[in-house]
Design a protein around this ligand. Structure first.
Ligand code: FAD
Length: 308
């Protein structure tokens, strides 16, 4: 029997679509995923700040189509002064977002380049988070990196930096995607050891297209284990890649759930099919009425082998 969705705390990440066809596909995907009663659907923000209006426009459009759906806007500190960035956050709130995913953002030439803050902008993500906390009532999620960020200066430095983000006012940490759950368990354990007590929500990437996810993972510093790569090579040859992606992702989430994880953030890439199938495989009910007034994530997320 299906377990009601509230047993799991779901969020779904999408990006602003660039064409009419893309917008129609996104609207359909979000309406489908809304039936799983997620805490929020989050909309990414272009790295250079140039398309913040697209994030805002997407929040607006999704709220009109799904009035009770929880919404989150991503916001990077690139491409704007402090005043401009905070004004964007206020615009998100006015458009109906209740959450913000607050990020430093990447260097202009991608994750490998060197980040340079805007001359009149926030100089670091903790400073951005403190500014958002002071100026808005939005709940704040920030990024964490189980396999370390490509610019990591070392483990202790990463933990200190993440702690500064939480101390500045972050409510929740959402992780970069990963495929080996032991990386996540180790990360949570180290965070707890460092006194980081905010909930840590695993970022889950269903492998809708092995080639493009592999390239993306390489840029982000996420490892695809050889056991997964080998299976995809064989499955693609027999036209069974979708079934394999479902089995791998559902298996990953099931293991996390067995270890006590209750919240999951899915990188949907604007597609509902795989994410929906994974959530259904986990027993989520996709027929419940959408309830946008869910209470905030209150407790640190704990998992076996992990102390809160
Ligand atoms: P930070 O956490 O500030 O820094 C990243 C890393 O750099 C740290 O983990 C640490 O290793 C190191 N570092 C930085 N400053 C210091 C310091 N002072 N001391 C020590 N170490 C330091 N990108 C987008 O452009 N748009 C999006 O919408 C978007 N959404 C995302 C959502 C999630 C859930 C995640 C995980 C990532 C997202 N990204 C997005 C990618 C993100 O912008 C990049 O990974 C970026 O390079 C880092 O942003 P951050 O906020 O994690 O930075």
């Amino acid at each position: 029997m299906a377990i009601p969705s509230p047993a799991l705390d779901l969020s779904f990440e999408v990006f602003p679509a660039g064409s009419e066809t893309g917008r129609a596909g996104l609207a359909k995907a979000v309406s489908t995923l809304a039936r799983l009663n997620p805490r929020f659907v989050s909309i990414t923000h272009g790295a250079d700040g140039s398309d913040q209006n697209r994030t805002l426009g997407t929040i607006d459009a999704l709220r009109i189509e799904n009035p009770t759906l929880g919404l989150a806007g991503h916001l990077t500190m690139r491409g704007g002064s402090k005043g401009e960035i905070l004004a964007t956050a206020e615009d998100y709130a006015a458009a109906g977002a209740r959450w913000i995913v607050a990020l430093r953002g990447d260097a202009p030439d991608g994750a490998g380049g060197r980040f340079a803050p805007h001359p009149h902008g926030f100089q670091s993500s903790p400073e951005l988070i403190a500014g958002l906390r002071e100026r808005t009532d939005l709940r704040i999620a920030v990024a964490g990196y189980p396999e370390a960020h490509p610019e990591s200066l070392g483990e202790q430095s990463d933990l200190d930096h993440l702690k500064r983000k939480v101390d500045a006012g972050a409510d929740t940490i959402i992780t970069q995607f990963f495929f080996d759950n032991d990386d996540f368990y180790r990360f949570v354990e180290k965070c707890r050891g460092a006194g980081i007590d905010a909930p840590i929500v695993p970022g889950i990437m269903p492998i809708a297209n092995f080639g493009s996810i592999s390239r993306f993972a390489a840029r982000c510093g996420a490892t695809i284990p050889a056991r997964i790569a080998d299976r995809f090579e064989k499955a693609e040859a027999r036209g069974a890649a979708h079934d394999l992606a479902l089995a791998i992702c559902a298996g990953q989430c099931d293991d996390l759930r067995e270890q006590g994880v209750r919240a999951f953030h899915f990188y949907t890439l604007n597609r509902a099919d795989l994410t929906l199938a994974v959530c259904q495989a986990l027993g989520c009910d996709s027929s419940a009425p959408v309830d946008g007034e869910r209470s905030p994530i209150a407790q640190p997320q704990t998992a076996m082998r992990v102390s809160a």
